[in-house]
Design a protein around this ligand. Structure first.
Ligand SMILES: *Cc1c(COP(=O)(O)O)cnc(C)c1O
Length: 440
């Protein structure tokens, strides 16, 4: 905005001049004030646009990463009337109840755990489980599993916070049963050592490797705690109509890990479980109860919105109704269906849009290194920034200097949004289908 007579524009005038950015007036004024304070009024618009881009809104995930941490992982519908909820009351007794009692019973029937409790995310579940079990105890971990999960969540640092004595065993690529056994035998039995096993999550080592299964570890007599991360409830996937998908092979599951003798498992609610951001601790009743009673549990507890969404998700599993869990719906769409959709999208957009084979991934560190065959639509060049500016935004990826919209992570109902966003790139106006504003 040009200054008038050499004076900087007033904050109010500047804020009004950027009202088309579509932010509430006080936020426009704040952006204008920052720009003026920085003696650079021309940056007011850029500041406001940057803030508007952070406003939470539905987007179309065309990245092919089904659980995209930057896009909120598992897509989830939450509809709830503004009504009180019996979050801590049993309607039977009228007395105060545990807030996760019902969800816990659903977790027990889906995983076979004696008991379960829910906290805010997977990291909180690991932190709480180790805070309860590990203080002043030896915690034995393979050097291949001392990982950083992401966002600076590092297993050695969490262990340090919990007051555990970390004993590393094995090497980065190979850890054997004898490595664990020696560490356990070197610990006085009254010290009740814990073996911690951690899903390697977003990295995978291959080649000359060795690791030890939970069953063999449990036979050593120490408590085994397994941070599963991804939250696959049961390797047999009874909620799916057919056999477990091939891409799932090798992913550790809660039910089988507990059957193998783990005392506790921890996992996230919004990875392969397909629910809201939450963390689950499941396993032996006495240990889960200690977790639930720990003062830290109060600080980590989820609200009724999260518990309600988790309850809905788990009820879908119990009904064996995978189609109401968005993650499983997307993950199991047949490739031929995706190819038909991609052809329809490419046809509706016209040249130079073409149908391409691509590979989706589960994402969020689940099933690392495994790809799910998929089909998408590709365009020459990097058009990702323009697609992000469409409303609703379409988040695409770049591959070999082409822009690819992978349709496996897109709900079929959103295909028209992809068409509209791609057509706009070529100046073919098309109405935005969501009823929201078009690209600016
Ligand atoms: C994802 C993950 C976590 C953290 O879970 P959040 O729900 O993201 O807090 C911890 N451990 C493992 C192995 C994971 O994969």
């Amino acid at each position: 905005m040009a200054s008038v007579d050499g004076h900087p524009p007033s904050v109010d005038v500047l804020a009004r001049s950027i009202s088309d950015v579509g932010l509430p007036a006080p936020l426009l004024v704040a952006a204008a004030r920052e720009a003026v304070a920085a003696a650079d009024p021309a940056t007011a618009r850029r500041r406001a646009v940057a803030l508007a881009g952070c406003m939470l809104q539905p987007v179309v995930n065309a990245t092919g990463v089904l659980l995209h941490t930057n896009l909120g992982r598992a897509p989830l519908a939450v509809q709830r009337p503004a009504r009180a909820v019996n979050v801590e009351m049993s309607l039977e007794t009228g007395h105060r109840g545990s807030r996760s009692a019902f969800v816990a019973s659903l977790l027990s029937v889906t995983t076979g755990a004696e008991r379960a409790t829910v906290v805010n995310n997977g990291a909180a579940a690991v932190l709480l489980a180790l805070t309860v079990l590990a203080p002043d105890r030896t915690v034995v971990v393979s050097r291949g599993e001392l990982v950083e999960i992401g966002g600076g969540f590092r297993i050695p640092e969490v262990l340090e916070t919990s007051g555990a004595r970390l004993v590393e065993v094995g090497t980065t690529n190979r850890t054997r049963l004898d490595d664990y056994r020696s560490a356990i035998e070197a610990t006085p039995p009254e010290d009740k050592p814990v073996i911690l096993k951690v899903h390697q999550s977003n990295y995978r080592i291959s080649g000359f490797i060795a690791s030890v299964g939970v069953r063999e570890l449990a036979a050593l007599g120490a408590r085994v705690v397994v941070d599963l991360g991804s939250g696959l409830l049961d390797a047999d996937t009874p909620w799916l109509p057919g056999p477990p998908p091939r891409w799932l092979a090798g992913e550790p599951a809660a039910r089988q890990t507990l059957e193998d003798g783990a005392s506790l498992v921890t996992f996230s609610g919004d990875k392969l479980l397909g629910g809201p951001q939450a963390g689950v601790i499941a396993g032996r009743a006495d240990l889960v109860d200690r977790c639930a009673r720990h003062p830290l549990a109060r600080a980590l507890r989820p609200g009724s919105l999260v518990l309600g969404a988790l309850q809905d998700t788990l009820l879908a599993y119990v009904r064996r109704d995978a189609t109401s869990v968005a993650f499983w719906r997307m993950a199991t769409v047949p490739v031929d269906d995706l190819r038909m959709r991609a052809k329809a999208v490419a046809d509706a957009v016209g040249a130079p849009a073409t149908v391409v084979d691509c590979s989706s991934v589960a994402g969020a560190g689940s099933v690392p290194g495994t790809e799910i065959p998929s089909v998408g639509v590709s365009l020459p060049g990097d058009r990702t920034a323009e697609l992000r500016r469409h409303r609703p935004a379409v988040i695409a990826t770049i591959r070999d200097s082409t822009t690819v919209c992978d349709l496996r992570s897109v709900e079929a109902a959103d295909d028209p949004v992809v068409v509209s966003a791609l057509r706009e790139l070529f100046g073919v106006p098309s109405r935005s289908l969501s009823g929201s504003r078009g690209a600016q």
